[in-house]
Design a protein around this ligand. Structure first.
Ligand SMILES: [Zn+2]
Length: 313
């Protein structure tokens, strides 16, 4: 039987893309948005806050032994290469920089992607769209007729520029400091600091992100493009992340789980029954939850249902 404790603060990340709190206080807006790589409004918002990044004590780069241990835990064949891009704590890297600018010790299996811009790897189309918006031509002459349109264009252009100019570390931080981009099957993570708590979080986050990689390469090929994000996250937490510790099970993805949806597991399943990937993941979760203590399993189910229906009427 597994014991558990609710994790109030561990919100991790996912998908095209997600940031770890480099900021002093998390807030709900940010927590709600993390793991959705791709929201420029988040960056705008966080830029108004003052980052509070602690200086590193010792620089440690990606540890291939840790990656191998995680692969073993998850049953990923040892020959399967996992691409990892780590953001060094003291870097001034921007998402417009190329991968080759990231020091080699902070890259694992990134061969062939050196020439890609970091933002392209993390955000794909949103990154390209932002670049074209940042370069958009705006009329020099403002008339009564075009005034409103010009102002809107200028605003969009500024927003795109701010977003593109934000540091790699900030973008990652907005996604919980760790994220998986299915676009290139790349795990992105902020270098860990050298204290035990940070190490523990880093190790666990890394397992979580490698779990997303496993979802992506397994028979269901589940990722953010074909699967409901909440299903994907709970499946990853239940089947992968929770292998990290028997005594510290994670039972929810975000605090939205605490808001009662008034809906049931069956309500959710009937919405998703025609969706093969979602359906397959639900079945695997169901199976895995059978090994949990009944009340814990029920709590996790209800948390998923609450998050799945969160924000709907
Ligand atoms: Zn995740």
């Amino acid at each position: 039987m597994k014991s558990y404790s609710a994790k109030q603060t561990h919100l991790h990340n996912y998908q095209p893309i997600q940031t770890q709190r480099s900021f002093s206080q998390p807030n709900n807006m940010v927590l709600d948005l993390q793991h959705t790589f791709g929201n420029r409004a988040t960056t705008q918002f966080m830029l108004s806050k003052k980052p509070n990044i602690s200086p590193p004590v010792i620089q440690r780069a990606i540890n291939p032994d840790l990656v191998n241990q995680h692969k073993q835990k998850l049953g990923i064949p040892i020959g399967e290469k996992i691409k990892i891009l780590e953001c060094p704590l003291d870097s001034n890297l921007k998402i417009t920089d190329k991968v080759e600018k990231v020091p080699a010790e902070h890259r694992l299996n990134m061969e062939g992607l050196e020439d890609e811009e970091i933002g392209k790897i993390l955000f794909g189309e949103l990154y390209e769209k932002s670049k074209s918006e940042a370069n958009m031509e705006i009329p020099n002459i403002v008339t009564e007729e075009n005034k409103e349109k010009v102002m809107k264009q200028q605003e969009l252009k500024n927003e795109a520029k701010d977003w593109l100019n934000s540091p790699f570390s900030l973008h990652l931080s907005l996604h919980g400091n760790a994220a998986y981009s299915y676009l290139y099957k790349v795990v992105a993570i902020t270098q860990r600091q050298d204290d035990p708590l940070s190490q523990n979080k880093y190790n666990r986050d890394l397992l979580h992100e490698i779990g997303h990689f496993k979802q992506d390469i397994s028979k269901n090929q589940a990722n953010g493009a074909n699967t409901n994000i909440k299903i994907l996250e709970y499946h990853n937490i239940i089947l992968h992340e929770n292998l990290y510790s028997d005594t510290n099970l994670r039972i929810k993805y975000s605090n939205n789980a605490d808001k009662d949806s008034g809906k049931s597991w069956d309500d959710m399943c009937s919405e998703l029954e025609l969706s093969p990937t979602n359906n397959a993941l639900i079945k695997e979760m169901d199976e895995s939850l059978k090994s949990h203590e009944y009340q814990v399993a029920e709590k996790i189910r209800q948390n998923l249902v609450n998050e799945y229906f969160y924000g709907r009427k």
